[in-house]
Ligand binder design. Structure first.
Ligand code: IMP
Length: 197
């Protein structure tokens, strides 16, 4: 089996990537499982740049295939804020209940059709021979008027998906993985890896 390291400390992301890579010949390890303990500064200006920064940093200390992701929420009415700054919007340690309430208040009086938003995810891979690949996917939705649902994380309770009539925090984990930006970008990366390795 080939080894793949996913450059994240997030247990939810590890579970998702393991589910998606289950039918490949990759054994997926977290950074911790691979014994990699480094601090990485995400100072890129695009999702792809940030994902590559993370993947390259881990690839520099292992000989395995390394994957990393970077994602965020783009709200059209707010000129695509919080965007690549999503995790750091209003401060990294600020509770999402406060960030979500703030975004809802910035959209006060804005009608449904102007509340469009999307989650974006870029996945980067650095291969053992140094080649680099990136994929990107999105899920389109609208910002709601109050938090709804308690699955998921982050901005999920305010991200309403019209096709489902629910927020992504009201979807089960399996439902969300099938349609989410991250799930779709990972599936695209799986195809790219199958094609190129
Ligand atoms: P990352 O882990 O550096 O990619 O951080 C992305 C940030 O974007 C997260 O901390 C959340 O604030 C937001 N985000 C990305 N994907 C999702 C999602 O699926 N649900 C809710 N928030 C998300």
């Amino acid at each position: 089996m080939k080894r793949m390291i996913f450059a994240t400390g997030n247990a939810g992301k590890m579970k998702e990537i393991r589910m998606i890579m289950a039918d490949t010949d990759y054994e997926v390890l977290s950074m911790k499982e691979a014994g990699v303990d480094i601090d990485i500064e995400e100072n890129g200006s695009t999702y792809e740049e940030n994902a590559l920064i993370k993947a390259r940093a881990v690839a520099a200390v292992t000989g395995d295939t390394v994957l990393a992701d970077d994602s965020g929420l783009e709200i059209d009415y707010l000129n695509k804020e919080p965007g690549v700054q999503s995790a750091r919007y209003m401060g990294e340690d600020t509770p999402y209940a406060i960030k979500n309430a703030n975004l809802i208040s910035r959209l006060e009086g804005v009608p449904d059709e102007q509340r469009t938003a999307r989650f974006v995810c870029a996945i980067a891979a650095v291969l053992p021979d140094g080649r680099e690949l990136t994929t990107r996917a999105t899920i389109e939705g609208r910002i709601g008027y109050e938090e709804k649902g308690n699955h998921g994380f982050g901005y999920d309770p305010i991200f309403f998906v019209p096709e489902f009539g629910k927020t992504t925090a009201e979807l089960t984990e399996e439902e969300k993985n099938q349609v989410s930006h991250r799930g779709k970008a990972l599936e695209l990366m799986k195809k790219e890896l199958n094609r190129t390795t």
